[in-house]
Structure formats: C-alpha cells, structure tokens
Write a protein that binds this ligand. Structure first.
Ligand code: 9WN
Length: 471
C-alpha cells in the first residue's frame, strides 16, 4: 500500500496532539509511560520521552533524565520502573520487594531489573536541540552532560561488569522485561526452560486495560515472568547469586548494541566537555567490546545478529527486529549495507502485506510472526525510530527518511498507540502512549544526528564464549 504523505494540516494537528499527550502524562518531574496501563516511569520509555520533549523544552527534557537518575542503584543499575503513587499496576513494589537489596536507592521505590540503555543516546539528541537553541538551554545542557557523566558511566559500567563478567561482549539479561521486548519469540527457547516453583498467588491487572487479552502475553508467560522476579528476590538482587541460581540468563544483542552506541556518544560528549579522561577511555573500551560482541553474533547466512542463551550456549535464531543490532552500533560497513537492504526489503519493511512500510517486531515472513500479539509481530514506533536514527548515523539518509515519513504516516490518526497491527494499521495496546507521542515530535522536527565515526572490526580480540551452563 502506498504511503500517503501527511498534509500540512495533519502535521500541525499531530504536533499539537503529541504535545498535548505528553503534557497530560506529565506528573511534574517525570512522565508516566501511559495514562492507565503504565502509570509510572519506565526507564527506556523515559529516554524516548526526554528526546521528544526536548523538541519543545530542553529544561523539561533534562528533568526527565534527572528524575530517572534518582532511581539509580549504588551498583550503577538503572531500574526499569520508578514507582510513583500507588496504582493498580502489577507487579507492584510489594511484589518486587527490593528492600532485600543493599544497593537500592533511598526514598524511591523501584523494580529490580533493567531496560535497554537508550539514555545517553537521548541525551545526545537533547544536546543537539539545546545547541540549536543556544543561550541558557545550551549552557544548562552542557553543564548537565558534564555533571551527570559519572552517573551514566556507572550505569554502562554496571552493564559491562555485573552483566558481562566474562567479557563476552554481550550484555546478559535476567528477565525478558530487561530486553524491553517482553514476550518476543527471541525468548521462547530460554523461557521454555523456566519452571515456575512455589510463589505467592497473583492477579494480573494489565488485561483490564486492553480490549482483547490476546494482545498481551498469556497467563502461562506471566507465571514465568513472576517466577523470575521471585528468583531475583531470593538472590537478593545480587547478579552473581542470580547467575548461579536463576533460570533465565541470555546475552541480548539489542541491549549490547545500544550500550556500544551509547558508550561511543558518552565518550565523545565527555571528551568535548572535559570529563575525566579515564572515564572517557573506559567508555571507549566498553563501546569496543560490545560492538565486537554484537558483530560476532551475526549469522552469516541471514545477516542478522543472534542472542545467546548463556545456559545452553545456543545462538537464538529468530527473525526479530533485534537482529538489526549491528545497524545500531556500526563497525562493519559491508554488513551495514547488507542490513540496510534487508531492512527495506521484502522480508521486513518492504513486505507486501504491511499496511505501513515500517519495521515490524518480527518479520511477517517468519513462522513466529503473530499480527496482533505484542512483541511477536506488531509494529512499535520506537523501534522504527531506532532504525531511522541508526541509518542516519550511518550516512544512509535516504533510507532513514523513508522510515521517518512512513512512521509519520502511521501515526497520522493521532491516537499514539503503544503498538500497531502491521497488516491493517489498527492501533493496539494502550492509547496516548508517551513514547509514541515523543517519537512523533522527534520525527516532525526532522533532525539528523551526527555521523558515526569509522571504527575497526575487532571480532578477533575477544575470548570465545563459554556459556554459564546448567546449574
Ligand atoms: C513491563 C512501558 C513498558 C515498555 C516495555 C513494554 C511494556 C511492561 C509491561 O511496557 O512492558 O516492563 O507491563 O508489559 O514491553 O517495552 O517499556 O511502556
């Protein structure tokens, strides 16, 4: 189906309505991920929200990141939820029981797992806006970058050490929620080995907020999700203790690629503003290690990156959008061109049955594809934004612009849904989802990120991966 370009009227309405959604979801110093289904602050949502808000207000965008940092644990970990006032969201703080963890922050209730490290990427976008505006905004943002440099470095260092103790170059996740793609078929293999044991009974609340339960993960999946929370609590949120006892330990290529890209940017910004040279060097090393880990995970026959089940040593070959991780972190120009063609080609954005030519979470050509089920096929505007951002950084402006324009056309209904049915374009999940509105604002502002610097391919430098093995 051809992409009809939004009219100037559509664009004005979209900008106004996106701003309205973000304002309505604003709780003062942070933004709820959505008004009903997700009434708290989520970590990677906050990154996207901040970069969208920056197109309107740099100080308010920085507040978003500042608030997120109040939830940082003493290990450096940024938790995936900062809880706000009591709500019907489940699992709630009583279920997370983070009081068992010595590293939790004082005065803020949080979850005990992470989400993808998008934040420094967002910060670099905010800086871009701040510079465009100049004056007080620029000054405020440059100060913020320098002041918070050690905090972002601590976050990245946490992922690079506690979550990659053997320096494989892949960030280990302990829960599907840590990937941000909760029920993706990427995790079907590892989850099949999660065997829920005794735990307190629970009632799901998410189903009350969607019109059709099949759009959400199943009850069987939720039992596994909560069992992993239980295992984290029993390990007192100590990563080594969980690694020795937990059921789900997987090297995530998308998280790793984002860590590499964010570490490149952190080093660049740090160098520019005179941050601690040792921290800058550390950041560059982190970028190098995880870029290499991602490139090494690529299946030569498909051209897609593969996660690694660290319990079994198996590469997980699924046609998921996470396979485009190398596009995000760069490092191999030939692979980059191959991924660009794949992404725009008939298995992905160019698939003939798609309503809008934007990236689906799973290829419609894959047997794992489900058109309405959460991360098993639907299109998530934030994923499309990431692909467009990565293409732009790689000098692929034409391809990036095609995704941007199609992404805007998809959002012209101004519902700002959580995700979209890829074959019909129907809005699914929550409405007025903050990060979707934020992406619309960013796409409307049509800014281009700076080009990525050229890096050498370094796959030979890493030790072979030795999986943790069964417990
Ligand atoms: C669990 C908030 C979050 C997103 C995730 C998305 C969904 C939560 C849930 O909503 O996850 O973290 O309850 O389903 O999968 O990516 O950050 O928008």
């Amino acid at each position: 189906m051809p992409v009809t370009q939004p009219t100037p009227n559509d664009i004005a309405l979209m900008a106004g309505r996106a701003g309205y959604v973000l304002k309505a979801n604003d709780r003062g110093r942070f933004t709820v991920a959505s008004p009903t289904l997700y009434p708290h602050m989520w970590s990677w949502d906050a990154g996207f929200v901040a970069l969208g808000i920056a197109t309107v207000s740099v100080p308010r965008a920085l507040d978003e990141l500042r608030t997120l940092l109040t939830g940082q644990w003493s290990t450096g970990m940024i938790p995936h939820i900062l809880f706000h006032s009591p709500s019907d969201y489940f699992p709630d703080p009583d279920r997370w029981r983070t009081q068992v963890a010595a590293a939790r922050p004082a005065g803020v209730l949080t979850s005990g797992v992470t989400q993808p490290p998008i934040h420094v990427i967002a910060l670099s976008r905010i800086l871009h806006d701040a510079r465009r505006r100049g004056g007080a905004d620029q000054e405020l943002c440059e100060r913020f970058v320098l002041d918070t440099f050690p905090r972002w470095l601590a976050w990245h260092r946490y992922l690079a050490t506690a979550r990659d103790p053997h320096e494989h170059g892949l960030v280990e996740i302990h829960h599907g929620w840590e990937s941000g793609m909760d029920d993706s078929p990427r995790w079907d293999g590892p989850y099949s080995r999660v065997r829920p044991g005794e735990m307190p009974p629970f009632t799901r609340r998410d189903l009350a907020h969607v019109s059709d339960p099949s759009q959400r993960p199943s009850d069987a999946e939720y039992r596994r999700y909560l069992w992993l929370v239980e295992q984290k609590v029993r390990a007192r949120y100590d990563d080594a203790a969980y690694r020795a006892t937990g059921d789900f330990v997987v090297g995530d290529v998308l998280v790793s690629a984002l860590l590499a890209a964010a570490s490149d940017l952190l080093a660049d910004m740090g160098a520019e503003f005179g941050a601690d040279p040792a921290g800058i060097e550390e950041s560059r090393l982190i970028a190098r290690r995880f870029r290499t880990g991602v490139l090494r995970s690529v299946d030569p026959s498909t051209g897609l990156a593969r996660d690694l089940d660290l319990r079994t040593g198996e590469h997980l070959s699924v046609d998921s959008a996470a396979g485009f991780a190398p596009l995000l972190c760069g490092g191999d120009d030939a692979l980059l061109r191959r991924q660009r063609d794949l992404l725009l080609g008939p298995r992905w954005c160019g698939h003939s049955r798609l309503r809008w030519p934007v990236v689906p979470s799973v290829s419609p050509a894959s047997p794992a594809f489900r058109d309405r089920t959460y991360w098993r096929g639907p299109q998530w505007p934030v994923l499309n934004w990431l692909m467009a951002w990565a293409l732009n950084r790689s000098g692929e402006q034409e391809a990036a612009n095609a995704l941007r324009l199609a992404g805007l056309a998809q959002l012209v209904d101004c519902d700002f849904a959580e995700y979209y049915e890829p074959l019909t374009g129907e809005q699914l999940g929550s409405r007025d989802q903050s990060w979707t509105a934020a992406i619309a604002l960013d796409f409307l502002a049509a800014r281009r990120p700076g080009r990525r610097k050229h890096v050498r391919l370094l796959t030979a430098e890493l030790p072979a991966v030795t999986p943790a093995g069964p417990r």
